[in-house]
Design a protein around this ligand. Structure first.
Ligand code: GAP
Length: 444
């Protein structure tokens, strides 16, 4: 894991937030490449879940949330983790994650065994709205994106005129005051979720749970996650939310252990019923054909953006060997991102930077590709070193403009370039006019 964390910082994927001030625990900033990777992931999720389907529409709800909404959802009273204090080093710890030695729980910081009784700690961040500081001005930063979907259910139904089953999808920030943020970005205090609430008739719930589990596994395969590192946990009755009739956790084998990436849960009609009770408003559905009025049930695939980005990074990291400038084999770090997810799709290199005609042609090729994909231009250093820099950030294709391109080695090669594949390191000659389609077909 240290190698991955170090690469993330060195190459600009992920930085500690407020680093120059000593860092903010459990909060992360995404650098230039991390931002691209994260955007690729979110855009692909949105495409698959919303754009490619007729039965799902989007929502972008607010982060600041009315306390009544989160009281109704149960978050104000029960969104807690059990917390203990270590009396020796004063650390605050999550009681359910403490290691035991000889049957006694221990502080992971100092090894102390003098711990307080566990007490519930509410994970929500609370803030004040407006200038007055009375209890009526309390608002919360949302702990999940889901609740704004339930609260807006009726509005979205009215404007979209969807028939059951249909879904409302959302990507956005959520905040949890985790007691022990850890494992890099895995457990953060500020993170993003990609959630779909898929509303249905009660009798469709279990089948749709199975359907969405399959769809979501397919998604992870499509973004390049190794299927062998994905696991499905059928959450047992005793560990499921009391209102859920079935929940699957999709887990990934991180270097620090097998951990949840996404939950796919059949939440019944619990959330809508809670908001009906608390708001006094009708959040039901009228079936034109059967003339029935009822409260829909919901199946929820809920994924973490940051966790998936971390899984993409862990899954892509590889070391192999490649020849250096003198032909001597050296270790090559290569991020084997699926081209669809790769932050930069193609790097463009003039063979030499002091040959005007090569540079001009390379700039021309960069301009040609730029409107179709994220392209990086690099003219600094030996070509082998430039390839290596791109391998380390997972750029799947490299285009080199050489003397053949200029027609200096025969007219038949004029306006062709070498296209290098990151994984095989093989190079092929491609006409500039075919570049866009050759690369685009692999990154869609
Ligand atoms: N609406 C259901 C819900 O929020 P959850 O299992 O609490 O369910 C869903 O969260 C997903 O959000 C998780 O599978 C995980 O990917 C992500 N997530 C939750 N807490 C997180 C945290 N502290 N840091 C990063 N991601 C988190």
């Amino acid at each position: 894991m240290e190698k991955i964390v170090s690469l993330c910082k060195r190459r600009g994927f992920i930085f500690q937030a407020s680093e120059i001030y000593g860092g903010l625990n459990g909060v992360w900033d995404y650098g230039p490449l991390g931002t691209e990777l994260k955007n690729n992931l979110k855009q692909y999720w949105w495409k698959v879940i919303v754009r490619d389907r007729d039965d799902v529409v989007g929502l972008d709800g607010s982060i600041l949330t009315h306390p009544a909404a989160l009281k109704a959802s149960g978050h104000v009273d029960t969104f807690t983790d059990p917390m203990v204090d270590c009396r020796t080093c004063k650390a605050r710890l999550r009681a359910d994650q403490l290691a035991e030695k000889n049957g006694t729980k221990q502080c992971p910081n100092c090894g102390g065994k003098d711990l307080t009784e566990a007490r519930p700690f509410n994970l929500m961040f609370q803030t004040q709205m407006g200038a007055s500081a009375d209890p009526a001005s309390i608002a919360y930063l949302r702990p999940e994106t889901a609740q704004s979907i339930f609260v807006q259910f009726k509005n979205v139904l009215d404007v979209s005129r969807k028939k059951l089953p249909f879904g409302i999808a959302q990507i956005g920030k959520a905040f949890r005051n985790e007691i022990n943020p850890r494992n890099f970005t895995f457990r953060s205090r500020e993170f993003e979720q990609m959630e779909l609430e898929y509303f249905c008739r009660p009798e469709q719930g279990m089948d749709l749970l199975a359907y969405w589990l399959k769809e979501r596994i397919r998604f992870y395969e499509e973004i390049g996650i190794n299927r062998k590192r994905l696991h499905i946990l059928d959450v047992p009755d005793k560990d499921r939310a009391f209102y859920s009739k079935g929940t699957f956790d999709i887990e990934y084998e991180f270097p620090f252990g097998r951990q949840e990436l996404e939950g796919v849960a059949y939440r019944t009609d619990y959330d809508l019923q809670q908001h009906i009770k608390s708001s006094g408003k009708t959040l039901d559905y009228f079936d034109e054909e059967t003339k029935e009025r009822f409260v829909p049930h919901v199946v929820e695939p809920s994924a973490g953006v940051d966790r998936t980005v971390l899984a993409l990074i862990c899954d892509a990291y590889d070391e192999d060997s490649a020849p250096d400038e003198k032909g001597k084999m050296e270790t090559r770090i290569v991020m084997r991102f699926h081209p669809r997810m790769a932050p930069i799709k193609c790097a463009v290199f003039p063979l030499l930077k002091n040959k005007e005609a090569l540079v001009a042609k390379a700039r021309e090729v960069q301009a040609l590709l730029r409107s179709h994909m994220n392209v990086f231009y690099d003219e600094g250093g030996a070509i082998g070193r430039r390839y290596r820099r791109q391998d380390e950030i997972g750029t799947p294709f490299g285009v080199t403009i050489d003397f053949e391109t200029l027609g200096e080695k025969g007219e038949e090669l004029r306006d062709t370039v070498t296209l290098r594949d990151r994984d095989s390191m093989k190079q092929e000659r491609v006409a500039i006019k075919d570049l866009v389609e050759t690369i685009s077909s692999k990154i869609r």
